[in-house]
Design a protein around this ligand. Structure first.
Ligand SMILES: [Zn+2]
Ligand SMILES: [Zn+2]
Length: 286
């Protein structure tokens, strides 16, 4: 993996969203491990230790995949971009997709697009992600989708525990109409009520919204990956090689082990530049 040179977020929107993620991940971990789990099982229970295993695994994978998404350079500068001979004379399959990027003043291969925020052409560009402050492309697509997957599992797990903790274990304090108002207007209530109870409700709400949001993202991006497309190709089947091959194209040769850790070596079967052969192969499947 080639490390991106300037990996800090560039726009205000990126800075706010990335800082939010950097804060809420450790806050949620602390809340679950030090407040909710001992609250549910009792301070001395051995279940506290049993929960610590999956909680640490999820914290590690969410943070490490997020960092890998940010650090991984997926720009067209990471590969030698040479126009194939048949494309140069205008007879190749992808001859229309090769284009000149006027900002980079360089030839850009098919499926790569310039990002104004990142300031580079990104190989097989999917989208610009504000929560990581970078573009998702050919080389960091794996880390991005596993970041979303682990985030969904983590918020789902946390939400089950949180619901039980808030509405049953501490039900006497929380099961009343004021809690509903506090959940509907969490930030406004935080101005009036700065008790720990109100902070608990804010963390609870962020996790519930996070679970729904990452669930939708997981289904949306998962379906695109399975069909071999990126966001702006969602209606095309130009690069669809069949489910397994499409998954390998994103997660690499050892796709079935990549969920364990972002450090798992899993070579991508493609360089992200020459898509003609893939397009030819895909046209046979149509
Ligand atoms: Zn460019
Ligand atoms: Zn970008």
């Amino acid at each position: 993996m080639k490390i991106r040179k300037r990996f800090y977020p560039r726009s205000l929107q990126d800075c706010v969203a990335t800082a939010f993620m950097a804060a809420i991940i450790p806050i949620t971990f602390w809340f679950e491990v030090y407040v909710v789990i001992p609250g549910v099982h009792g301070a001395e229970s051995m279940f506290n230790w049993i929960h610590l295993g999956p909680a640490l695994f999820l914290l590690y994978n969410v943070s490490a995949n997020m960092l890998a998404t940010i650090m991984c350079d997926t720009s067209s500068g990471t590969e030698i971009v040479t126009v194939p001979a048949d494309v140069a004379v205008g007879t190749g399959l992808g001859s229309k997709s090769w284009h000149l990027c006027s900002t980079c003043e360089a030839v850009a291969p098919p499926r790569s697009w310039h990002c104004n925020t990142c300031g580079v052409c990104v190989l097989k560009r999917d989208h610009h992600c504000v929560f990581t402050g970078c573009c998702i492309g050919h080389k960091n697509h794996r880390y991005f989708i596993l970041f979303v997957l682990h985030l969904f599992v983590a918020t789902f797990y946390a939400s089950i525990l949180n619901n039980y903790f808030i509405w049953f274990v501490r039900g006497e304090e929380f099961r009343n109409w004021t809690s509903v108002v506090k959940i509907v207007f969490p930030l406004a209530m935080l101005m009036i009520d700065t008790s720990t109870r109100q902070y608990y409700l804010v963390i609870y709400l962020i996790n519930m919204v996070g679970m729904l949001f990452t669930g939708v993202l997981l289904i949306y991006h998962g379906r695109l990956i399975i069909s071999g497309a990126v966001v702006h190709e969602r209606n095309s089947r130009d690069y669809n090689l069949g489910r397994l091959e499409n998954i390998r194209m994103v997660l690499g040769e050892k796709w079935y082990l990549t969920w364990l850790t972002p450090f798992m070596g899993s070579e991508l079967p493609h360089n992200g530049v020459n898509w003609d052969s893939v397009q030819r192969e895909a046209s046979k499947n149509k």
